[in-house]
Design a protein around this ligand. Structure first.
Ligand code: PGA
Length: 253
């Protein structure tokens, strides 16, 4: 049985005061939740002050990105070991906003995935098709390509630690959520890819989150599907009650 992981991707939102207040509020309200794993991923600059608040609680800490190289002359970048140094357990990699706005390729993301694993972080690796790709019937091809590229050279033992987030790009921040059946179809396909590459024992433990307009009102139906093992939440992770609403909706599943 895979434990659900509900992770908040705060993206480039909030200022320090509101970030700290959100972390404090979540820590208090989530204190009694033991059934699911919870994580928050603030903007990098706020990881440390937010981490100081949730440290020792059941709210895990992640970053939204980092670089693959070891410390050195990489102006503006952060090393994976810097994230663990300030208490991160997770790092989101390959988010569609980084793939499509910042131009990150699966090959580049792969370097980061491997570096994150070496540093002892749990990478939350995002994959997902554009609306036009779905319309053109190439959803599986796109997700296969992103899966193969992002996890190239990752061992079976390392793969077990990874989290995949299936995030159809057309559902991110649009309010246009995938139906539970649409999502489950891709999740089952992705699990099949893990079986192909690593075998069933590995595929059975890898958590595959769904992301894209998840809210308290649709979370239970989505996460009730057999291959949907959590949610990566953007907009609805920015308010304590919205995020807690998702956690409350699924903690009994
Ligand atoms: P959303 O974002 O929940 O605002 O759609 C999800 C994500 O991009 O991770």
């Amino acid at each position: 049985m895979r434990r659900l992981l509900i992770a908040g991707n705060w993206k480039m939102n909030m200022k320090l005061d509101s970030a700290k207040a959100l972390a404090q509020g979540l820590k208090e309200k989530a204190a009694g939740v033991s059934e699911v794993d919870i994580a928050i991923c603030p903007p990098s600059l706020y990881v440390q002050p937010v981490g100081a608040i949730v440290n020792g609680s059941n709210v895990g800490l992640g970053a939204q990105n980092a670089y693959f190289a070891k410390a050195g002359a990489f102006t503006g970048e952060l090393e994976m070991a810097m994230l663990t140094d300030v208490g991160c357990q997770y790092v989101i990699l390959g988010h569609s906003e980084r793939r499509h706005i910042l131009g990150e390729s699966s090959e580049f993301i792969n370097l980061k995935v491997r570096a994150a694993l070496k540093a002892g972080l749990i990478p939350i690796v995002c994959v997902g098709e554009l609306e036009a790709e779905r319309d053109n019937g190439v959803t599986n091809d796109v997700n296969r390509r992103q899966f193969d590229g992002s996890f190239s050279g990752v061992s079976a033992e390392e793969m077990k630690k990874c989290v995949i987030a299936y995030e159809p790009v057309w559902a991110i921040g649009t309010g246009k959520v995938a139906t539970p059946d649409q999502a489950e179809e891709v999740h089952a396909f992705l699990r099949g890819l893990i079986v192909e590459k690593y075998g069933k024992e590995v595929a059975d433990v890898v958590r595959i989150q769904y992301g894209g307009s998840v809210k308290a009102g649709n979370a239970k139906e989505l996460l009730s599907k057999p291959d949907i093992d959590g949610a990566l939440v953007g907009g609805a992770s920015l308010k304590v009650d919205d995020f807690m609403g998702i956690i409350e909706a699924v903690r009994a599943l």
